[in-house]
Design a protein around this ligand. Structure first.
Ligand code: 5GP
Length: 217
């Protein structure tokens, strides 16, 4: 697999939390999938939920499935970075899993909405990189929603109004990609990730590297 840190291999870095948000239909899922498949240093965050597993879902891979009591205990113990109630079920981001990955210099991707992003931002600050994906136009968004062919008019209308709500939070993100062409957007997303990995404050091995270099001069 290609290694973006190729000649930086010896310099240890802290991982980052890569949030991708968008209205439904803007192409976020395809972009996230491509990034996960093409890069072995990033993996998807695994949430904890009280929702029962659906057929085919795997414990510890799709979610950590728990009962209400365990979820409440996790909130009480401060084990969750953020949590939310969605359609009567609870969902949250376990702190320990994220922290372990970051310490190992591995990145974690989050597919969450603006509310989850705000909550994460309050908790973790600089570890977070926030990317918002916009559709190129209203017409393109509507076409993509209809193109799925699964939803009737009422559902599409509801999605469009949810999309307007999501999009109104665009300015709370560090980067915005206008997804007109999936290949171009994928390249832009990779560029953001690779540049963020090179940020001085994440590269915890840099100071000893430079110290040694200066000593040898
Ligand atoms: P599902 O039950 O279909 O897997 O997910 C339902 C909803 O819960 C989705 O909108 C998803 O984004 C949201 N969700 C999943 N995990 C988390 C989480 O850890 N935190 C928050 N805030 N929402 C989540």
């Amino acid at each position: 697999m290609n290694n973006p840190d190729h000649n930086q291999q010896t310099i240890e870095r802290r991982g980052l939390m890569f949030v991708i948000s968008s209205p439904s239909g803007a192409g976020k899922t395809s972009l996230a999938k491509r990034l996960l498949q093409g890069d072995d240093q990033i993996s998807m965050s695994i949430s904890m939920t009280t929702r029962p597993a659906r057929p085919g879902e795997i414990e510890g891979q799709d979610y950590f499935f728990v009962d209400h009591l365990s979820f409440e205990a996790a909130i009480e113990a401060g084990d969750l970075l953020e949590w939310a109630e969605v359609f009567g079920n609870f969902y949250g981001t376990p702190k320990r899993h994220v922290e372990e990955q970051l310490k190992q210099g591995r990145d974690i991707m989050f597919d969450i909405d603006w509310q989850g992003t705000q909550a994460l931002h309050e908790q973790v600050g600089h570890d977070l990189v926030r990317v918002f994906i916009l559709p190129p136009s209203v017409a393109a968004l509507e076409e993509r929603l209809r193109g799925r062919g699964q939803d009737d008019d009422a559902v599409v209308k509801k999605r469009m109004s949810d999309a307007a709500n999501q999009i109104s939070h665009w300015a709370e993100y560090d980067y915005v990609i206008i997804n007109d062409d999936l290949d171009v957007s994928y390249q832009e997303l990779k560029n953001i990730l690779f540049a963020e990995r090179l940020k001085r404050e994440r590269r915890i091995g840099l100071s000893s590297f430079v110290r040694t270099m200066i000593k040898e001069m």
